[in-house]
Design a protein around this ligand. Structure first.
Ligand code: NAI
Ligand code: MG
Length: 351
């Protein structure tokens, strides 16, 4: 087996944590007898400053030649933040039909959750964020920008196809876990789009009588993340709600820097993209202090998706080894550097 991986560091800490992740991928490939061929694409806000675009016009076509995309994050303080989604992240996610955003939340041993009384068995669930439509379709307008009372609109869009496919993915995943799906919604106020969303999810739920189906409003869900995270197994939710709740998921794991994810095209028609849940963290970039674990976990999720399940598990065990030995970066109140944590995980894989 020989995998072609497109590597997009992006901006800020992406330039530190992505190479760390690639070194771990290569160590796992060597151990488990497969090959990882990488090709680097220096796209992002830095590319925009030089060339006026986040990626070249043929960027999506180039990405289609790979088995998967390994990505950091894009965005720089000096570049208008209304551009990245339009020019890179949302574009890749939608054009390559990566309609599942898979974002696991779990407590690694040796890491303290800010939820003091919660243990590893209490914090272990997956957020499935609908990744192609909803609130983020970027169909809107500033209607009267120059009047004293400016008016702007964004249209949220939900389709039957879009809801059905993420719902089926959720129920199938739940069957492999603790057999519970929670639909996190806000249909009591977004009565059209999310009323329809709820209706379609309930229809799909009826095809999986062996899975417990529950509906929860997002305001209650936010509180429940903090007070009783143990009620969740698989969460299925919309693009914006999933975006916000996954940072909260990162926080209850102990740091945003721990969250890994996959933007998945389950049919395998297009390559999927694997990236940490956080952004480019320009406030700590260039200091070799960023937590690489979310990026490394994303590598494991990528290998799992490619079918290299043992290698994927070994990487997660390596993360757990590093954290349990107190190999923690600054965000986790430790004093290890980015490269030290990565080296510890490589050592574990090679041992
Ligand atoms: P952020 O996630 O980059 O940072 C939020 C806070 O978490 C910062 O204090 C940062 O230092 C910390 N943090 C994040 N990752 C960390 C890590 N691995 N280790 C230690 N600490 C970490 O979010 P922010 O500040 O809102 O956005 C910064 C830039 O990133 C913006 O330009 C934004 O648009 C972009 N962004 C890009 C994303 C993507 O490309 N997928 C996703 C989210 C934000
Ligand atoms: Mg986000």
């Amino acid at each position: 087996r020989d995998y072609k991986i497109a590597v997009v560091n992006g901006d800020g800490i992406g330039n530190e944590i992505v190479p760390a992740g690639v070194s771990i991928l290569k160590a796992a490939a060597k151990k488990y007898g497969f090959a990882i061929q990488t090709e680097d694409f220096s796209w992002g806000a830095g590319h925009y400053l030089k060339h006026g675009e986040f990626m070249p016009k043929d960027g999506l076509e180039l990405l289609k030649n790979f088995d998967a995309i390994y990505f950091g994050a894009v965005g720089l303080p000096e570049v208008d933040d209304t551009l990245p989604a339009k020019d890179y992240t949302f574009k890749v996610r939608t054009e390559l039909q990566q309609y599942v955003n898979y974002r696991p939340v779990k407590l690694f041993s040796g890491v303290k959750s800010p939820l003091r009384d919660k243990t590893e068995k209490d914090i272990d669930f997956v957020i499935l964020r609908e990744n192609n439509e909803g609130e983020f379709v970027q169909n809107g307008k500033i209607l009267y920008p120059d009047t004293p009372n400016g008016v702007a609109v964004d249209t949220s869009m939900v389709t039957r196809l879009g809801v059905e496919r993420i719902a089926h993915y959720a129920f199938k995943l739940a069957r492999k876990r603790r057999k519970k799906v929670t639909n996190v919604t806000k249909s009591n106020t977004l009565i059209y789009t999310l009323g329809f969303w709820d209706q379609v999810i309930a229809e799909v739920a009826s095809e999986y009588p062996d899975v417990v189906y529950d509906k929860m409003y997002v305001d209650n869900a936010a509180a429940s993340f903090v007070l009783k995270p143990e009620v969740f197994d698989v969460i299925v939710t919309t693009n914006m709600i999933g975006d916000i709740l996954s940072d909260l998921g990162g926080a209850i794991m102990g740091s945003l820097g721990l969250g890994g994810s996959g933007n998945i095209n389950p049919e395998g028609r297009f390559p999927s993209m694997f990236e940490p849940i956080h952004g480019s963290a320009p406030d700590i970039a260039g200091q070799n202090c960023a937590n690489p674990i979310g990026q490394v976990w994303s590598a494991a999720i990528m290998l799992e998706h490619l079918g290299e399940k043992e290698a994927a598990k070994n990487i997660v065990d390596g993360i757990e080894h590093a954290t349990s030995q107190g190999n923690l970066t600054k965000d986790l109140k430790g004093n290890a550097s980015t490269s030290e944590v990565a080296a510890r995980i490589v050592d574990f894989i090679e041992s």
